[in-house]
Design a protein around this ligand. Structure first.
Ligand code: FMN
Length: 186
């Protein structure tokens, strides 16, 4: 690993006005020195996982995501919670990439956070995502946990974060991810 920690950020919501997309942008603005954060924004181009489709060749968005994950030192998932779990679009993308040769999640340092409009801030989705990390041997950071409840009260109409406590939680997560990545990768 070079001195710079290169992070790939993936948002689990497709909608443009997504609070999770806004939180990912805040993460980009809150990086410690020596860290970069590129956003992969093509989940909508990934078809539903189908072995028959895969037999004809990897869809371009899947191949691109696989290559970007491989090249990244660490991953940041920023995801809503759908019905107590990980949104299908994010799970679908993970499923695709997990079935590529030398699946690139293996050993990858991971951080996660999420925003909801309700009270629990993606607690249950994050627990499910952690289970997926176990099977694919990603190595998620345990703390700090960043859950952003009632996101509609924390971002303004322009998508700017107005809650300073949340800004600090996000900055602390990115700092912890830098240290975690360096510890794991030497
Ligand atoms: C299909 C669906 C399921 C949802 N399930 C949950 C849920 O289990 N827990 C929760 O707190 N919010 C749930 N919500 C509300 C989301 O937290 C809310 O729509 C949030 O703004 C989505 O994130 P986004 O703004 O990044 O798109 C659900 C929303 C949708 C569309």
């Amino acid at each position: 690993m070079a001195d710079t920690v290169k992070v790939l950020g993936i948002c689990g919501s497709l909608r443009q006005a997504s609070y999770n997309r806004m939180a990912l942008k805040v993460a980009q603005e809150s990086l410690p020195p020596g860290m970069t954060l590129e956003v992969f924004d093509k989940l909508a181009e990934i078809p539903l996982y189908n072995e028959d489709v895969k037999a004809k060749g990897l869809p371009p968005a899947v191949a691109e995501l696989r290559d970007k994950i491989k090249a990244a030192d660490a991953l940041l998932f920023v995801t809503p919670e759908y019905n107590y779990s990980v949104p299908g679009v994010l799970k679908n993308a993970i499923d695709w990439v997990s079935r590529t040769p030398d699946q690139p999640f293996d050993g990858k340092p991971v951080a996660m956070m999420g925003a909801t409009m309700g009270m629990w801030g993606t607690t249950r989705a994050q627990h499910h995502l952690r289970q997926t990390c176990v099977f694919l041997n990603m190595i998620p950071l345990n703390k700090p946990e960043v859950m952003i409840p009632q996101a509609q009260n924390k971002f303004d109409a322009q998508g700017r974060l107005t809650d300073e406590a949340t800004r600090k939680f996000i900055a602390d997560l990115m700092t912890a991810l830098a240290a975690w990545t360096k510890k794991l990768k030497g």
